[in-house]
Design a protein around this ligand. Structure first.
Ligand code: C2E
Ligand code: MG
Ligand code: MG
Ligand code: MG
Length: 273
């Protein structure tokens, strides 16, 4: 009835089970964010300079291990947190986890390396975000690293002027801004130019077909050309094979990240020379 008159829907038991599961998961997430923060942890995936192979930064990725539901993917729990208005709590949890890990980072070389976190575009309007991120920025700088924020392209394109001004403020404070999953949204060139961003992260769907699909190879080289014109840095994500890596090096892509070089892992298992 909600869908209007003169149409029908087929009842699907699988779909109903799925939504029941989502509902339970969503309740569990609320509870865990309130009283079981130790179920959350952070893994880090290194990024490399593709011209010389040096490690130039890392991306922090949140993990949730629930006693009943096991390991739940951020692809599943981040949207739930957004729906339930708990996305700030999630970011707070992320920042706490990172700060707890900071002494391990401090032991390795830092100077100029970047530590990035993922932020939901919806959080930006809210003044609370700045307060939440302040300790992250501060601690990262203390150990000689630079903070970076990633926002997915699809969401970035819908931001209001006010949000863009907020982003610009972060930029002015020396925070690097990256567009995540670039190529999957609908950026217009004019808009891209107006955005206060420094980095484009090419979505892994293009990276994974580079070399084997002429179309995807051309898309990647077009992205690199746009980036050059707008003076942006490019990070290719999801590099899994030597062939993809070689192709990206030939195209002069600046940086890369992917299972080929490093899987996301807890800091204590990483070599931070
Ligand atoms: P993303 O920011 O695009 O992160 C990259 C995702 O690709 C990560 O999945 C990473 O584990 C995976 N990945 C990295 N290299 C490879 C590769 O070579 N091959 C393949 N197949 N995958 C690779 P993950 O950790 O499951 O995160 C999924 C998404 O969840 C992230 O996408 C990000 O948008 C979001 N996310 C993760 N942590 C947070 C967080 O703390 N806050 C928010 N708001 N979102 C987060
Ligand atoms: Mg990301
Ligand atoms: Mg991405
Ligand atoms: Mg993503």
């Amino acid at each position: 009835k909600l869908a209007g008159r003169a149409c029908y829907r087929i009842y699907s038991p699988a779909e109903s089970l799925r939504s029941q599961h989502q509902q339970r998961l969503s309740e569990a997430l609320l509870a865990s964010l309130k009283v079981a923060r130790d179920e959350f942890s952070v893994v880090y995936q290194s990024q490399y300079d593709l011209s010389d192979g040096s490690m130039v930064g890392m991306e922090a990725l949140l993990r949730w291990q629930h006693p009943l539901y096991g390991s739940v993917s951020p692809e599943e729990f981040v949207p739930l947190a957004e729906q339930r208005g708990q996305i700030h709590e999630l970011t707070e949890c992320l920042v706490d986890c990172i700060i707890q890990d900071m002494h391990l980072l401090a032991a390795g070389k830092g100077q100029g390396r970047r530590l990035s976190i993922n932020i939901s575009a919806r959080q930006i309007v809210d003044g609370r975000l700045e307060k939440l991120l302040e300790p992250f920025f501060e601690k990262v700088r203390q150990i000689g690293w630079n903070p970076e924020i990633e926002i997915t392209e699809t969401h970035l394109m819908n931001l209001s002027r006010r949000c863009l001004d907020k982003l610009r403020d972060y930029g002015c404070k020396g925070v690097t801004l990256a567009i995540d999953d670039f190529g999957t949204g609908y950026s217009s060139l004019a808009y891209l130019h107006a955005l206060p961003v420094n980095v484009l992260k090419i979505d892994r769907q293009f990276v994974q077909r580079i070399g084997s699909s002429g179309r995807d190879t051309r898309i990647v080289s077009a992205i690199l050309a746009i980036a050059e014109a707008l003076d942006l840095e490019v990070v290719a994500e999801g590099i899994e094979t030597e062939a993809q890596m070689r192709m990206l090096q030939e195209l002069k892509c600046h940086r890369g990240q992917g299972y080929l070089m490093a899987r996301p892992s807890p800091l204590e298992q990483m070599h931070l020379d």
